[in-house]
Design a protein around this ligand. Structure first.
Ligand code: UD1
Ligand code: CA
Length: 453
């Protein structure tokens, strides 16, 4: 929108987080808090400035050139932060100001605030809400006609004012003309000796401006000041996502211990057992059974596959497979259809063809395994020579016996059979038997003789 500017205040120390990192970089559903605020504002204007101060290096490093920055060297209060930023804005126009720590704010709400501000011809409009427990927040003070008069911070409030349930969400819409003048007039005569942005409200009113408050939804406006609030919000966001998928036809045995990312997609009749964590851009096909205790990070799982007690990272698994219990699929693994990846199997950077079985205790790393292969118990690829990784190729219908070492680079051709216990260093031709171990010798009477001595 033209002539609308966005300003996000994120210079505060976030003392209550007790963290060595900037508050706005703490994550919710895997994304820094500030991302949510920027996303909401960016639907309204692409002219966004972030005021940074405390631990600004990491915030700037994270946001890079997606926004403009303004540095508040010393954290003298939210009013001071806004004032520092004023020099980069023109003298006319509308500015949306919000703190970097209200991640649930929706773009629609900001649009409504802006509309209310314009329709009412206000000089300043506060996004307020009614809080069941308003303690800690600034209170909206109205006169007997209901007009907004001022915001009073909790720590500066009288008992009477503390009873007011309408609070300041710290999201505002200002006409720059009024805001700039008001920021020059506020002082730090308060409990924290800070310049409060909230004080501009009464200043603007007293200098003839119109001030108003648009009452929003409290659920959306909670700020994050400490780790309890962070955890509470994580829970709330997750709960919304899990419920959304249940409405879409996913069975969730225990919603409280099931975590789904915002970006993940799930098909109908998926069943999620307790302790399932689905992260990143995962896609879970119809009729999959996932869990218990399974973590899938940006994994693609085909229809009808079950994954139990396993971890899958940035890999894909085809349809009607079984994975686990206790399987570990590391990045860049591509598993075909009807494959069995059994217990204690690790797969990394490999492809496995349709109908292949890796039933237990195996390592498949940097390998291309064909279809219909049997990769028996204890078989492994020896992919690392201490310096470089090499690939192993196992063609269709090959049989790899128990406890085989396939020393890469090496190739097992179609239909070949590798005898148990072999350490294979050379190609095994198609349909051949590869055997590489000492012949067994039995020494007759050895035990009896030993005991007689
Ligand atoms: C603020 C509001 C309060 C409101 C509450 C809602 C003020 C004075 N009070 O209180 O009315 O109910 O939010 O959550 O604004 N900041 C800077 N530089 C500074 C100080 C703060 O950039 O020097 C930024 C912070 O990073 C934060 C915002 O300003 O994003 C608000 O500051 P914070 O200390 O969190 O204020 P609250 O006590 O939460
Ligand atoms: Ca705050």
């Amino acid at each position: 929108m033209k002539d609308v500017y966005g300003l996000i205040l994120a210079a505060g120390q976030g003392k209550r987080m007790k963290s060595k990192h900037a508050k706005v970089l703490h994550t919710l559903k895997g994304r820094p808090i500030i991302d949510y605020c920027i996303e909401a504002v960016s639907g309204i204007t692409d002219d966004i400035t972030v005021v940074v101060g405390s631990r600004r290096e990491e915030v700037m490093e994270y946001l890079k050139d997606t926004v403009k920055f303004c540095i508040q060297e010393y954290q003298l209060g939210s009013g001071h932060a806004a004032k520092v930023a004023m020099r980069i804005f023109p003298d006319e126009g509308t500015i949306l100001i919000l703190p970097g720590d209200v991640p649930l704010i929706r773009q629609e709400t900001l649009s409504k605030l802006l509309k209310y501000h314009r329709d009412g011809d206000y000089s300043a409009t506060i996004l307020s809400c009614i809080m069941e427990d308003p303690s800690g927040y600034g209170r909206i003070v109205r006169d007997s006609d209901g007009n907004v008069v001022a915001i009073v911070e909790d720590r500066d409030a009288s008992e009477e004012i503390k009873k007011i349930a309408e609070i300041n969400s710290a999201v505002y819409c200002f006409e720059l003309k009024y805001l700039k003048k008001a920021l020059d007039m506020i002082n730090n005569n308060n409990d924290q000796r800070e310049y409060y942005l909230t004080d501009t409200i009464s200043v603007i009113r007293n200098s003839g401006g119109r001030v108003g408050a648009f009452i929003g939804d409290a659920k959306e406006l909670a700020g994050i000041n400490d780790r309890m609030q962070l955890a509470e919000m994580e829970k709330q966001l997750n709960c919304e996502i899990v419920e959304r998928w249940m409405r879409e036809g996913v069975t969730v045995i225990d919603p409280k211990t099931t975590y789904i990312s915002k970006e993940a997609k799930l098909g109908k009749d998926v069943i999620l057992y307790p302790g399932t964590i689905i992260e990143g851009t995962s896609v879970i096909g119809e009729d999959c059974a996932i869990g218990p205790n399974t973590r899938i990070v940006s994994g693609i799982i085909g229809c009808g596959t079950s994954v139990t007690y396993s971890i899958i990272l940035e890999s894909s698994v085809g349809e009607n497979c079984t994975v686990g219990p206790f399987a570990y699929l590391r990045p860049n693994s591509r598993i075909g259809n009807k494959v069995k990846i059994g217990d204690f199997v690790e797969v990394k950077n490999s492809t496995i063809g349709d109908g292949t079985k890796v039933p237990h205790l195996a390592y498949v790393g940097d390998a291309d395994i064909g279809s219909g292969v049997n990769f028996s118990c204890g078989a492994i690829t020896v992919n690392y020579d201490g310096k470089v990784k090499h690939r192993t190729k196992v063609a269709d219908r090959a049989f790899i016996g128990c406890n085989v070492n396939l020393v890469a680079p090496v190739e097992i051709e179609e239909g070949a059979f590798v005898a148990a216990g072999s350490t294979i260093t050379e190609k095994v031709p198609g349909n051949a038997l590869g055997i590489a171990r000492c012949r067994q010798t039995n020494i007759e009477g050895w035990v009896t003789k030993k005991f007689e001595e």
